[in-house]
Design a protein around this ligand. Structure first.
Ligand code: FAD
Ligand code: MLT
Ligand code: ZN
Length: 481
């Protein structure tokens, strides 16, 4: 579909650590742990290349363990041999964290999928880390539950990857991130025994110690390999309504959010944003039409999830009328059925893919105080002039998370230098964060210090040394020893 973009390597310079190089006896040892069929040494392109096609590593070995004990034995060997390892789940990460920088071994968790147990009364799920998010959703549905997170990559990302990235997504406004839902983790450490640790008890309430499992949520594969998860899942809603509103004032978007929080209250489950340029991109690159006849500068996709269709519809109808009558929105529709609702969500979820057709995507994933949420987009548009194909903003407005994306035909150093560190400095000066949900990985590594105290960064290094004393887990990325 699209060619490999020129790597950002002219900008991001890494020097290979003095890790050992893989030799035949390592491969033989790995085969004795996981079986010959689970050691791959050919056709590794898909594992070496990230989803954005921006980063490509040179690993010559992918390991596919099936049990936590096998993961532990692999890490023990890597520790003693000083071999670097990249944990990989669905490889849908957007910051180049899930692929090697050099020749690190790739440890894929995609075959760690034996245990699945749901406690029906408490809604606590215990499972291995290799299940696909969408598969978990399907397994939970007949039992009356859903996963508390949902994202466009649900068909490919694995739950372990979701934990390791502290994935956000479209249900965040209702259920929070993985931090809000993970109750305990089983992790394998890259130490002399490949120690398998059970962290957290998996109870909803437990103040008998530090909640150290949270250190692994969002750790980007740099502290240990997550092999098992205990987490809270949510009751399956029986009534879901989706609506689309258009307005030409960003001030009004914020008012609509405030009103949604009070008027839709406990049933509000998503509050997403797409600007007019995103809709133009969806039309030009994916031939998807905008849902309203009128065109609006700002578009909101709002969803409610509840348990009483009559009660929910009354709220949603009242809310839509309120927004139109008070001219907060200039146009709006309520999805009449599942097909219409799916179309609205298709528009939102296809935005990521639609951009890729332009060529090279400069992806941003920032958190901003709401009053600055859109200002950055206009600032960047003006700064780039006609140097970009498009500058668009979509995202999780309800959570203050903006996905500002810029495209050019090919990677352009000139555009990159106009964007970075300008965007990150602008964001942190306004009290925002350079990453709301995608993380640091390779992409944002040079800017990790922005908005962080030196002490916090050195504390992170000290923590990494405790869990990964030789620094062999996912080197060169968020926490660099
Ligand atoms: P990978 O990409 O394989 O890995 C991600 C990181 O976690 C890497 O650092 C890796 O080393 C580490 N890791 C993976 N598995 C383990 C493990 N078992 N133990 C320790 N470390 C591990 N993200 C959001 O937050 N919100 C969104 O709305 C969202 N939407 C997306 C939509 C699309 C179309 C795409 C392509 C991506 C989207 N993402 C989103 C980004 C991505 O899907 C998430 O970050 C996801 O959680 C990554 O899961 P994964 O299984 O693909 O992990
Ligand atoms: C999204 O919300 O669509 C994702 O985080 C992916 C993206 O930023 O494109
Ligand atoms: Zn997102």
């Amino acid at each position: 579909m699209f060619k490999l973009s020129k790597r950002l390597f002219s900008t991001l310079k890494f020097k290979r650590g003095d890790f050992a190089r893989l030799v035949d006896s390592d491969i033989t040892h790995f085969e004795s742990i996981v079986g010959k069929e689970n050691v791959k040494t050919t056709e590794l392109d898909l594992y070496n290349t990230d989803w954005m096609k921006s980063f490509k590593g040179n690993s010559t070995c992918v390991l596919l363990p099936q049990t936590a004990q096998q993961v532990s034995a692999i890490l023990k060997h890597c520790f003693h041999r000083y071999l670097a390892v990249v944990p990989q789940s669905g490889n849908t990460g957007l910051v180049g964290a899930s692929v090697p920088v050099f020749d690190e071994i790739i440890l894929s968790t995609s075959k760690l999928r034996n245990n699945f147990n749901l406690d029906l009364s408490s809604g606590i799920l215990e499972c291995d880390s290799g299940f696909i998010l969408e598969e978990l959703e399907s397994r939970l549905a007949p039992q009356g539950y859903i996963m508390p997170i949902d994202l466009g990559a649900k068909g490919s990302c694995l739950i372990g990857g979701n934990v390791a990235t502290a994935a956000g997504g479209i249900r965040f406004i209702r259920y929070g991130s993985m931090h809000s839902n993970v109750l305990g983790l089983q992790v394998a450490l890259a130490d002399q025994n490949g120690t398998l640790l059970e962290l957290g008890t998996g109870l909803r309430k437990d103040n008998s110690g530090l909640h150290s499992h949270h250190l692994f949520v969002g750790s980007e594969g740099q502290l240990g390999i997550i092999t098992g998860i205990k987490m809270l899942v949510a009751p399956k809603p029986t009534s879901i309504c989706s609506m689309w509103l258009g307005t030409d004032s960003f001030e009004k978007c914020q008012k609509i959010l405030r009103e949604a929080k009070t008027k839709l209250g406990e049933v509000l489950s998503a509050f997403e944003f797409l600007d007019a340029e995103t809709l133009r991109c969806l039309k030009e690159n994916e031939n998807l039409d905008k849902p309203l006849e009128t065109a609006s500068k700002y578009n909101l996709l709002i969803e409610t999830s509840g348990s009483n269709p009559v009660h929910d519809m009354e709220k949603v109808d009242g809310f839509l009328s309120y927004c139109l009558e008070n001219e907060l929105a200039k146009d709006g529709i309520l999805a009449k059925n599942q097909t219409e609702a799916s179309y609205l969500w298709k528009l939102r979820e296809t935005a990521t893919l639609a951009l890729m057709h332009d060529g090279y995507v400069y992806k941003n994933d920032v958190s901003l105080p709401l009053k600055y949420y859109y200002e950055l987009t206009d600032v960047v548009r003006e700064r780039l002039g006609d140097k970009a194909i498009r500058v668009i903003n979509y995202g999780h407005l309800g959570d203050g998370n903006a996905h500002l994306n810029i495209t050019t035909k090919k990677f352009s150093q000139e555009v990159y230098d106009l964007l970075y560190p300008f965007i990150y400095k602008w964001v942190t000066e306004k009290g925002g964060s350079i990453s709301a949900e995608h993380g640091i990985g390779q992409l944002k590594k040079p800017y990790i210090h922005l908005g962080k105290h030196e002490k916090e960064l050195s504390l992170n290094k000290e923590l990494k040394k405790i869990f990964d004393p030789k620094g062999i887990l996912n080197p060169y990325k968020m926490i660099d020893l």
